[in-house]
Design a protein. Sequence first.
Length: 128
Amino acid sequence: MTENTTMRALAHPAHDEIELDAVLSALADPVRRRIVHQLATGHDDQACIAFDLPVTKSTSTHHFRVLREAGVIRQHYQGTAKLSTLRADDLETRFPGLLPAILTATAAEKADLEKAGTEKIGTEKADL
């Protein structure tokens, strides 16, 4: 496929440029862990509007950008939609076991919250 000059490209770190500190920092936020969990358990490419996040659109845009710049997700435009994909293979190659551990912890955190009578995950750090 030939790129034209009007196509919008988004910057992503190359596989060997993904840094552990950046990934851990990105995953320290519960909203971003919620995004990663949904990407891991859902379709390969998901539009940003498909996420039911407890934050404003501008704040969710920020969270997606942090994940993309850390190398946790890859994003591309399809028409006017920005689609996100989890970079599971890249993360597993760079940091074996990290993503499964994060996903397991996030699922356990979600189960604990649901058990406590709330279905919120990733709202405010104080809620965790």
